[in-house]
Ligand binder design. Structure first.
Ligand SMILES: [Zn+2]
Length: 479
C-alpha cells in the first residue's frame, strides 16, 4: 500500500484518511446520492457509498445535509490594496468561508488598480497569510498600454476584466469602441478570456445631455437604464463574432440581455454571469437610501424572473456575488454620491438556494445539482481551475461544503463577517446555510462553534493561455 503524503497507515495496512464525512447527500457531477467522502492530504481520496465504512482519523456524520463542492465565487472585490477600510482579506475571506465559498477570483479595481501582469506575484504576496480561501485574479486592462497584456504568463491570471462604463479618469475604463475592438483582437491572439462590465457609457452620456444629468439620481434603474446594457451587449456580441474572443458578460440585469446572450451563445464563445443581488432584489428594494444601489442597477420583477429562468435552464454560466463592500458612512452619502455596490459573498449560496426553493421547491436534489453546477463546476471550467477544483471527485482538492438546506437565518450583527459590517439581506430571511466549510482538507468554518480555521489560502494557478492564434486576415490586408 502506498500512502499519499501526510496520511497514515492503519494496523491492517489500510490507508487512513485525515477526515471523512459520512451519511450525507453527496452532490456529484453524475447526480445526488447518499454517501460520503474521505479526505487525505488535502485531496478527496475516495467517495463512499451508503454503507461503506470510513477509515479516517476524524469522521463526521452529516446525516440530513448535503455535501457539495466548495463554491467558487468568480466575482469579488476584496479591496486590497488601497481600499482596506471597506474590506480586507481577513474579513472578506471569513465572509466567504462562512458562506461556503472556498475559492474567490478578485477584481482589479483596487488602488492602485491591477493592470500590470508582472506585478501578480506581489499582489498575491499582499494576501498570503491573511486568507482562509484560495484565490486568483482578474487582470484589469489599461487602454493606453495594451502592450502590458504581452506579459501575461500561463496560469498567472484567470483572464481580463474590462469596464466599458465608469468615471473617465479611471485608466481601466475602456470607453472608445475602437479601443475595445483592439482589446478583443489582442485577447483573442493571446488566448485570454475577457470578462466585461458591459454598460455603454456613451449611451448614458447621450441621455444625460438630453434630459440633464442627475435627473434620475434617486432611481438607478432610470439614471443608468437598461438601454446602456443592451447596447453594450450588442457590441460585445459583434466583437466576439469578428475576433473569436472568448467573452464573459458580468452581472447581466435585464431580460433583453439574457435573451441576446443566450441566442448568441449557440454559435459564439460567449457566456454570462448573473449575481445573487440581481436574483434577489428588484428596483423596488432599492428605495430608501443607497444601500441597495449597484451597477448595473436592479431592474423589474419581470427581469428578475428572466434571470431565474436562465438559472433553471442553465443558460447562465456562472453566478457570482459581485461582493462590493462600502462602509456605512460611504453609503449614507447624499443621493447620487454614494458609491454603488454591496457585500454578498457570505450570502451568495444561501440566496441562490432560497430563491430556487421558493420557485421550484419540489425537487431539492435537482436544486443542489444546479447550484453545484453554476456555483462550482462551471466557474472552475471557465476560469481554468477545473483540474483541481469545482467537483467532488477523487484526486481533486478537498474543497467541500456541508450544507444544511433547512436552517433559516438572517445576516445581522456579529454574524456579518465582512469588514463593512452590514448586509443587504438583513431582516430578509435566507434558507440554507453552510455549516462546515473545508478548503484543501482544512476546516476553515465550523458554524456550530462559530470557528474559523487558519489563513492558509493560496494563490491558485488559473486561466487558459493558448499559443498565439494565426491571423485570419489575408496577408495583403495585414499591412
Ligand atoms: Zn464587480
Amino acid at each position: 500500500v502506498s500512502a499519499p503524503p501526510g496520511s497514515e497507515i492503519g494496523p491492517d495496512g489500510a490507508v487512513t484518511a485525515d477526515l471523512a464525512l459520512t451519511n450525507g447527500r453527496l452532490v456529484t457531477p453524475d447526480g445526488v446520492v447518499t454517501g460520503g467522502l474521505e479526505i487525505t492530504a488535502g485531496r478527496i481520496s475516495r467517495l463512499l457509498g451508503v454503507d461503506a465504512p470510513a477509515r479516517a482519523v476524524r469522521t463526521v456524520d452529516v446525516r440530513g445535509r448535503y455535501v457539495m463542492p466548495g463554491v467558487i465565487d468568480s466575482h469579488v472585490h476584496f479591496r486590497v490594496p488601497g481600499l482596506s477600510h471597506k474590506e480586507d482579506w481577513t474579513h472578506g475571506s471569513r465572509a466567504a468561508a462562512a458562506g461556503g465559498v472556498t475559492t474567490v477570483i478578485d477584481m482589479p479595481n483596487t488602488q492602485p488598480a491591477f493592470l500590470d501582469p508582472r506585478t501578480v506575484a506581489d499582489r498575491a504576496g499582499l494576501i498570503e497569510g491573511t486568507s482562509l480561501v484560495d484565490f486568483c485574479f482578474h487582470l484589469g486592462v489599461d487602454g493606453g498600454r495594451l502592450e502590458l497584456l504581452d506579459h501575461v504568463e500561463s496560469g498567472a491570471v484567470a483572464g481580463l476584466k474590462v469596464f466599458m462604463a465608469g468615471h473617465h479618469t479611471a485608466p481601466h475604463v475602456i470607453r472608445e469602441p475602437e479601443l475595445l475592438a483592439a482589446v478583443f483582437a489582442r485577447a483573442a491572439e493571446l488566448g485570454l478570456r475577457v470578462s466585461l462590465h458591459a454598460e455603454d457609457q456613451a449611451t448614458f452620456d447621450l441621455l444625460d445631455e438630453w434630459r440633464g444629468a442627475g435627473r434620475h439620481r434617486l432611481n438607478a434603474d432610470l439614471a443608468r437604464p437598461r438601454s446602456g446594457g443592451i447596447v453594450a451587449v450588442a457590441r460585445v456580441i459583434e466583437l466576439t463574432r469578428r475576433h473569436g474572443t472568448a467573452a464573459h458578460v458580468l452581472h447581466v440585469s435585464s431580460a433583453e440581455e439574457v435573451d441576446l446572450l443566450t441566442a448568441a451563445a449557440r454559435e459564439l464563445p460567449i457566456t454570462f454571469e448573473v449575481t445573487g443581488h440581481h436574483l434577489t432584489f428588484t428596483r423596488a428594494d432599492a428605495r430608501g437610501g443607497a444601500w441597495r444601489n449597484l451597477s448595473p442597477a436592479l431592474r423589474t420583477a419581470r427581469d428578475r424572473e428572466r434571470l431565474w429562468r436562465a438559472v433553471r435552464r442553465a443558460e447562465v454560466t456562472t453566478i457570482g456575488s459581485d461582493h462590493s463592500p462600502h462602509t456605512r458612512a460611504e453609503k449614507l452619502a447624499p443621493p447620487g454620491l454614494a458609491p454603488p455596490g454591496m457585500p454578498g459573498v457570505q450570502e451568495l449560496l444561501a440566496a441562490v438556494h432560497t430563491g430556487l426553493a421558493r420557485r421550484w421547491g419540489r425537487d431539492p436534489d435537482w436544486r443542489m445539482g444546479r447550484i453545484a453546477q453554476l456555483l462550482a463546476a462551471r466557474p472552475a471550467e471557465l476560469f481554468g481551475l477545473a483540474e483541481r477544483k469545482g467537483r467532488l471527485a477523487p484526486g481533486l482538492d478537498a474543497d467541500v461544503v456541508v450544507f444544511d438546506p433547512d436552517v433559516t437565518w438572517s445576516p445581522t450583527g456579529d454574524s456579518i463577517w465582512s469588514r463593512c459590517g452590514w448586509s443587504p439581506h438583513e431582516a430578509r430571511p435566507l434558507t440554507g446555510m453552510a455549516v462546515l466549510t473545508v478548503r484543501r482538507g482544512e476546516v476553515i468554518w465550523d458554524a456550530a462553534g462559530r470557528r474559523f480555521g487558519r489563513p492558509t489560502g493560496r494563490w491558485t494557478p488559473a486561466g487558459v493561455r493558448r499559443g498565439p492564434r494565426p491571423s485570419t486576415e489575408p496577408a495583403s490586408a495585414a499591412r
